[in-house]
Design a protein around this ligand. Sequence first.
Ligand code: KG4
Ligand code: ZN
Length: 329
Amino acid sequence: MKDILTLGIESSCDETSVAIVKNGREVLSNVINTQIAIHTQFGGVVPEIASRKHVENISNVTKEALKEANVTFDDIDIIACTYGPGLVGALLVGVSYAKALSYALNKPLVGTNHIEGHIAANYITNKKLEPPFLCLIISGGHTHLVHIKNYKEFEILGKTRDDAIGEAFDKVARVIGLGYPGGPKVDKLAKEGESTIQLPKTHFDNLDFSFSGIKTAVINLHHKDPQINKADLCASFEKTVTEELIDNTLKAAKSLKIKKIALAGGVSANSYIRNKFELLKKDGYEIFYPDIKLCTDNAAMIASAGYYNYINGKTSNLTLNAIPNLKLE
Ligand code: KG4
Ligand code: ZN
């Protein structure tokens, strides 16, 4: 069969990224232009600035991706782009650029769900991974426990009822003075602490999550006693949220009799969470993660998800629009 080259575009938040991926799994290039340094000054992503930076960067990032992959536009078979969920202005830049390329080059356009992209990051790192499996998507915007039935059918088993887990990491970090983005900073500091502080854990009858209670508890403890040991606070926060993630994932795995579990999204870069999921291997579970670089937003994951959409007949036309609250279905 002829190789299929996908040009993927990601612009849903504060990373402008373009990648070239062969047959959905082999990354030829994955250029990521991050705006973190700019947004850090404001303590979080400023949507208007993000859109403007995407406009400024997208052509150069695309040229770089083609050059690094050593291909030209002629070699590309499909154009895939994130069309949601995300910041509407930021998404529109990638969607408009992808539509223009698709029209000018006369190549198929594949609108791709950002969350499907995070799931697909696992296909790139784990060449043998095939559905069905469970995927726990933990990122700055999402916390979803999903049954990946095949390459195009997903069933959401549980999701957060309030904050996304990454949001909780970022908020905790901001309040205790670690800066933005908070996840990696909490990860680092927690290694120096002990999980000795009792924090509230949420339980629901179904497989939903909640992180706002624990976030508020950490913030209140810090406000009540600014001398409280921050490393212990971070370690206790990580331990409690990880228990919540593992409890629900195992409940789902047992009821569906699934032994394959994949993590995805920015928070799946967390070393404590990875170590705890690793321990499940002794109970016969297979645990998969994307490479650290593929956990946070990037276009290679979008190209991979776009490829699977394409071979399953899910293509778009030039009426494709950005959908900021796009759901996984
Ligand atoms: O997947 P992502 O790049 O963006 C969304 O689609 O939301 O995830 C970004 C999130 C941020 O909240 C960031 O703090 C978190 O991932 N993150 C981490 C780590 N690295 C990134 N959280 C915990 N530990 C980490 N090592
Ligand atoms: Zn993301």
